[in-house]
Write a protein that binds this ligand. Structure first.
Ligand SMILES: [Zn+2]
Length: 266
């Protein structure tokens, strides 16, 4: 009986704490508000940039990261406007920075704080492939994947919904945030995205890159190249939890006709 009550309470808790994502239509656990998450992201992003070596503006590669990011941000604004949600990203203050690190990685925090590592560029090799990776990372953020993982981990650790500024001062919550974004070894193991989140980010990331003027058809070549590179080796951080190469390439091909509808060559 006791177990049933706990289960029942768990079901109520889950239902009350879920939101339906406006783009994917999928129900996601949500124990933190976007505003709380964005404010924590601003603090953590600043700290990250002061403790890591940023490639200065004016550098060719740093400018490419900013150019890709800004083009995707503009495309996203149009995308949401077309869906009847012109204010959906109002809380976003986009920033795109290139940071010196051998790590093959990129991420986007809630509120549009984006970092690419220099180690990613020899892998992407060209601007279109970079746009595909950045589109993917930005899709994770705007589809609320970080928030979902964070909420799942908070629930697992017995932390309930945190209101207002409680979030930034709750050491456990800050620690989980660090694990979700993998922003520092001090936070321990990275909390990986689920396979479902990865495929969603591939799907929508491809649309956003296409709408920003990057040819989505290059994604198949890029992921095939990535698959060959990680064959038998440790895969790059940003795809370590990703679906199998075959599944990813098959799914990317499946959504290609949809992505091509959004493609506006520049
Ligand atoms: Zn991903």
């Amino acid at each position: 009986m006791k177990r049933m009550i706990v289960l029942f309470a768990g079901v109520i808790f889950f239902n009350l704490s879920c939101v339906t994502n406006a783009i994917t239509g999928r129900s996601q656990l949500s124990l933190v508000s976007d505003a709380e998450l964005q404010s924590l992201a601003v603090t953590q992003y600043k700290e990250f940039l002061t403790t890591n070596k940023m490639v200065p503006a004016g550098n060719r590669d740093a400018e490419m990261v900013k150019r890709v990011g800004n083009r995707v941000a503009v495309a996203l604004r149009d995308y949401y406007a077309q869906k009847g949600m012109p204010n959906a990203l109002d809380g976003y203050g986009w920033e795109f920075n290139l940071v010196e690190s051998k790590e093959v990685n990129a991420w986007c925090m809630p509120g549009g704080k984006v970092v690419c590592y220099t180690g990613l560029l020899p892998v992407t090799q060209n601007e279109t492939a970079l746009a595909i990776v950045m589109g993917h990372e930005i899709a994770h953020a705007i589809l609320g994947h970080g928030k979902e993982r964070m909420s799942q981990q908070m629930a697992a650790q017995g932390i309930g919904a945190l209101g207002g500024a409680a979030m930034g001062t709750n050491a456990k919550a800050v620690n989980i945030f660090g694990q979700v974004y993998g922003i520092g070894a001090q936070y321990g193991a990275l909390l990986p995205n689920s396979r479902k989140q990865e495929l969603e980010a591939d799907h929508y990331g491809l649309i956003f890159a296409a709408a920003a003027g990057y040819d989505p058809r290059q994604a198949v070549d890029f992921w095939t190249r990535m698959a060959a590179m990680s064959n038998g080796q440790q895969p790059p951080v940003f795809m370590s939890s990703h679906p199998s190469d075959e599944e990813r390439i098959r799914k990317v091909s499946e959504v290609m006709p949809e992505a091509l509808q959004y493609y506006r060559p520049k």
